[in-house]
Design a protein around this ligand. Sequence first.
Ligand code: MN
Length: 238
Amino acid sequence: MAPVIGLTTSGRDERGAHSLPAAYAEAVVRAGGVPVLLPPVGDATAALAAALDGLLLTGGGDLDPTLYGEAAHGSVYSVNPARDGIEVALARHAAQAGLPCLCICRGAQVLNVALGGSLVQHLPERVGDGLAHRVPPRRHAFHEVRVEPDTLLARVVGAGATLGASSHHQAVDRVGRGLRVNARAADGTVEGVELEGHPWLLAVQWHPELTAASDPRQQALFDGLVAAALGAPERRRS
Ligand code: MN
C-alpha cells in the first residue's frame, strides 16, 4: 500500500476556492505517495490524523501574530483563522504522535508557533535587504542555505550548502519547544528546524517543491517523507 500523505490547502479564497499549487502533490507522487488534500473547513483534525501515514504542511499567507502573543505588523497578509486553527492542531498531533511530517515555508512557521515559538514578522526590518528572500511582491528568489551537520536534514539533503527557492518575508524567531535549527541563510535567518526525538519531522523555510523535479536534493525531502510514512504503518491505527 502506498502511503497516504495529507497536504494542507489555502483557506477559502476570494474565488470561493480551496487551492494548492500543483508542485506539492506532484513531488509526493514522484516519491511514491498518494496525496490527499486537506481543506481547512470543519473540525476533522482527529479523523484526519488517524487516516494519514504522513503530513505535508504547505506554503501560504501569514499566521495571525496573536497566536504567538504579538500585534500584527503592517506587512502581515492573507491571515485565515480557519487555516491557522487546523494546521496548528495537525502540527501538534504530528509532533506528539510521531507522524512523519514535512513542513514547507508557512508550514515551518506553523510548526514553530504550534510548539510555542514566535516569528520574525517582517525580515527586512531584522536582517536588512542584503539577501533577497523574496522578489517583490511575492515571487521567489534563489539563495544558498547552509545545512547544519549531524541533523536529520543533513542526512536527507546532504550537509553543506544547498540552493533553495525562497519566497517569504517571515521566519522562525524564538524557537519552539524541542525544535533544533538545522539550516540558516547567510544573513542568519533560520531556514530550517527539526524536532529532536521525533522519527521524521522536518521543516524548511524554502520551497523544495519548486525545483524537486530537476534537483534530486530537493526531491529527497519528499522521498524521505514518503519513506518514513511507509516505514511506520502502525501509526495509522494509533
Ligand atoms: Mn529564505
